[in-house]
Design a protein around this ligand. Structure first.
Ligand SMILES: NC(=O)c1ccc[n+]([C@@H]2O[C@H](COP(=O)([O-])OP(=O)(O)OC[C@H]3O[C@@H](n4cnc5c(N)ncnc54)[C@H](O)[C@@H]3O)[C@@H](O)[C@H]2O)c1
Length: 349
């Protein structure tokens, strides 16, 4: 007999075909009603009485979970990188493991992170937005398509009117040292991509085996070495007691004055005041930031008007591909449960 499964998040079409052979699947939650259109009460009712419950962003607190458990739930999955939307204490007490999708947007964040590194190193956003704002433009032309047939259009001479005197001259990533703080899912993806750019990788993560880091061609170092030697430092730490505000004036005092800090992790790992002061005083040379202490970032935040800082509005983890990664990982968890195999992605916290 087929098992009963309720699905609130998209799974890849090919996996759906496989699952439909073994399960009767009911669509519910945001997958049925659209993003942001469901309450916990609705989801609680819709998902009651199923052996397998697969959620996306839906909330499930203790009462909801207890109802599902009483009505026969044996598998629960949440297609999120941090499934805090579900009360895991209740699940632990009932002996039901919680499947989730860790690192589902690691490629998205890593590619964006490399983009930020290049943007800050090469004054890319400064010059691109400068042009859009009307800086360094030529006179308007009646017919922009009617230009003289010159073989080699060059902007010159490279004098005080040239954009580089305004935006500054960038540097190449090639041959520079990149410090990675936190060599987890995202830190590693950044490292292997930066290596392809010819960077030397100094990884600081006391919880990852040296051999694992070295297998990627990176060098495992202690914190002080990473801070002192890196030309760029990219932060990929989780927010836990030990990391909160850990990137502070002590860090900045050990970094090179020419060094650049990249943060696509979470703002809470950086001491905000120390960071702003280090950038204002020139203690460090620049930064690229995707995450803030309050989001959306307040309009008067000093980082927004610093020419040595690239700011993006918490965009690193969002791509049109992430749902596929997430759905594939979740489908594998469901299939492992159905086949009685060991599941790979179990939330432990
Ligand atoms: N900007 C975005 O859109 C976006 C998207 C996804 C994730 N993130 C953030 O990126 C960060 C990294 O995510 P991840 O998936 O790579 O996490 P992860 O758990 O896979 O990796 C974190 C790594 O940090 C290491 N670590 C923990 N404490 C440490 C310490 N005190 N010193 C040094 N290393 C330490 C761990 O050993 C682990 O290897 C998280 O803060 C996450 O919230 C941001």
């Amino acid at each position: 007999m087929k098992k009963k499964m309720v699905l609130c998040t998209q799974l890849p079409a090919k996996r759906m075909e496989e699952l439909e052979k073994e399960c009767d699947i009911t669509i519910a939650g945001e997958l049925k009603h659209g993003k942001g259109n469901v309450t916990e009460e609705m989801v609680c009712e819709e998902c009651k009485g199923y052996e397998l419950v697969v959620l996306g962003d839906e909330n499930a607190g203790a009462d909801t979970l207890n109802k599902w458990i009483e009505s026969g739930m044996k598998f629960i999955g949440v297609a999120k990188g941090t499934p805090v939307t579900v009360d895991n204490e209740v699940l632990k007490a009932a002996g039901i493991p919680l499947s989730y999708t860790p690192g589902r947007n690691r490629v998205a964040v890593a590619e964006f992170n490399i983009g930020l590194m290049i943007a800050v190193a090469r004054k890319l956003t400064l010059s691109a937005t400068g042009l859009q704002k009307g800086e360094h433009l030529g006179e308007p032309m009646a017919d922009i398509y009617n230009v003289p047939d010159v073989k080699n259009v060059i902007w010159g001479p490279l004098d005080e009117n040239h954009p580089y005197t305004d935006y500054g001259i960038g540097f190449e990533l090639y041959g520079k040292k990149l410090g990675i703080a936190g060599y987890g899912a995202i830190g590693r993806e950044v490292a292997v991509r930066a290596k392809a750019f010819g960077m030397e990788i100094l990884a600081y993560d006391p919880f990852v085996a040296k051999e694992k880091i070295e297998a990627d061609g990176a060098i495992a170092v202690d914190l002080d070495t990473m801070l002192k030697e890196s030309d760029m430092i990219s932060i990929h730490l989780p927010v836990i007691e030990a990391t909160k505000n850990s990137v502070n004036k002590d860090w900045f005092s050990k970094m090179k004055p020419t060094a650049i800090l990249i943060n696509t992790a979470r703002a809470a790992v950086i001491d905000q005041k120390d960071f702003v002061e280090a950038l204002q005083s020139g203690q460090i040379a620049g930064a690229a930031i995707d995450v803030y202490w309050k989001e959306p970032v307040p309009a008067n935040h000093p980082l927004l008007s610093m020419r040595n800082v690239v700011c993006t509005p918490h965009m690193a983890g969002l791509t049109t591909d992430v749902d596929n990664w997430s759905g594939e990982m979740m489908a594998q968890e469901v299939l492992a449960y159905l086949n009685g195999d060991e599941r790979k992605y179990i939330w432990k916290r």
